[in-house]
Ligand binder design. Structure first.
Ligand code: 4NP
Length: 164
């Protein structure tokens, strides 16, 4: 069974589309695109329909990662649909707990930085009102977090495929 991951930030134009693009990039490298699928969403309605922020897309492209998609807001059904819901910061995490109407889904919600191995950050900083270096830092941090998350998921994915 395919594992479904949802990456969540505030606007769904900077951090969560980056996490989605990075994880898809890693899945292609590891030939695991059949086993894990990714989406992203925002807790706010601020940018619904918008493409990823140009500054964020440029920073991603500097690492060879293409950002795709258009902003959408988190929906109640997401808590049932997805297996892993990864918040970029604590505010996103709290908002997700509040938006979730199915308490049994709460254990699916995690802070993505919990999967970092090289960085000590607990949150992915919001780059929207900052300078160019903030966007590059988001990519660095998310490469670390997504690599750690993929290593965490790989045994589960492997055993699910063996047991089919
Ligand atoms: P994101 O960044 O949550 O990483 O997509 C932001 C995008 C827009 C705003 C804030 C953060 N905003 O306030 O419009």
């Amino acid at each position: 069974m395919t594992q479904k991951l949802l990456f969540v930030c505030l606007g769904n134009i900077c951090r969560s589309p980056s996490a989605e693009g990075i994880m898809n990039h890693l899945l292609q490298q590891e030939q695991l695109t059949h086993a894990i699928c990714c989406d992203s969403a925002g807790t706010s309605s601020y940018h619904i329909g918008a493409a990823p922020d140009r500054r964020m897309a440029a920073a991603a492209l500097r690492q060879g990662i293409v950002l795709t998609g258009n902003s959408r807001q988190v929906q109640p059904a997401d808590f049932a649909t997805f297996d892993w819901i990864l918040a970029m910061d604590r505010q996103n995490y709290e908002d997700l707990l509040r938006l979730n109407r199915t308490p049994q889904s709460s254990p699916k919600i995690h802070l993505i930085c919990d999967f970092c191995t090289a960085h000590n950050d607990q949150e992915v900083p919001d780059p929207y009102y900052g300078g160019a270096s903030g966007f590059d830092y988001v990519i660095d941090l998310l490469l670390d977090a997504c690599t750690g998350l993929l290593h965490h998921l790989q045994p589960q994915v492997a055993s699910r495929h063996r047991s089919r």
